[in-house]
Design a protein. Structure first.
Length: 219
């Protein structure tokens, strides 16, 4: 084969790949990317892998293909068992906004995601965690997505990480009301893991969280 023929074949392909890689993300891809960050609040208690198992909560892979409160082996509350049908975008939006209002008496201790744009992003990302991704687009999909903790926590490095870790179990306003030393914050995190069912953190993430908390909400 002539070298010129190789170039003629390779160059268009290389150019196409370069062009594709430089194109901006579509609106839905942007929403999914934002949802991956926002969903850190979910991954604190739920596994997302196809072979995921029940932890603090049931795994979320394949959520679109099963009925509410139906993952085999997980001990759901009676309140959630009373909900009918399969998960869809509307039900997820209502649940994420306030689990206790969606299913009064649920065991899920989670204050909810109040920002509708953040909920839309999480739902779009959750749709990708299915063998056949559904079209989960809510009415808030076009709204701007705030960074986790924006408007509540002090702006600073690792604010989003802190927001995601803390809001999985309680309101972020509880964080802002504290004034603790780094050592005391460390004791609080240990207590949450030992007594409140919080997953053990990656050591680097834990250190980053402690530095943020002691810097902005320290003594």
């Amino acid at each position: 084969m002539k070298i010129t023929n190789v170039i003629e074949r390779v160059f268009p392909l290389s150019f196409s790949l370069l062009l594709f890689g430089s194109l901006p993300l579509s609106a839905n891809e942007t929403l999914v990317a934002a949802g991956e960050q926002q969903a850190l609040v979910c991954t604190a208690c739920h596994q997302m892998e196809a072979d995921g198992v029940a932890a603090v909560g049931p795994p979320l892979w394949g959520l679109a293909e099963r009925n509410i409160a139906s993952f085999k082996g997980f001990n759901y509350s009676d309140a959630l068992k009373q909900q009918q049908g399969q998960w869809d975008a509307a039900k997820l939006d209502a649940f994420l906004a306030s689990p206790d209002e969606f299913a009064p008496g649920t065991n899920m201790i989670f204050p909810g995601v109040k920002d509708p744009g953040a909920r839309a992003a999480i739902i779009a990302w959750l749709a990708t965690k299915n063998p056949t991704p559904p079209e989960w687009i809510t009415q808030s999909a076009d709204e701007p997505v705030k960074s986790p903790g924006e408007g509540i926590l002090a702006p600073g490095k690792n604010m989003a990480l802190v927001a995601s870790a803390c809001s999985a179990c309680h309101s972020l306003y509880l964080v802002t009301q504290q004034g603790l030393s780094k050592e005391r914050w460390d004791e609080i995190l240990t207590w949450m893991v030992d007594e409140q069912g919080m997953d053990e953190m990656d050591p680097d993430d834990r250190e980053a969280i402690l530095v943020y908390l002691s810097t902005y909400y320290g003594m």
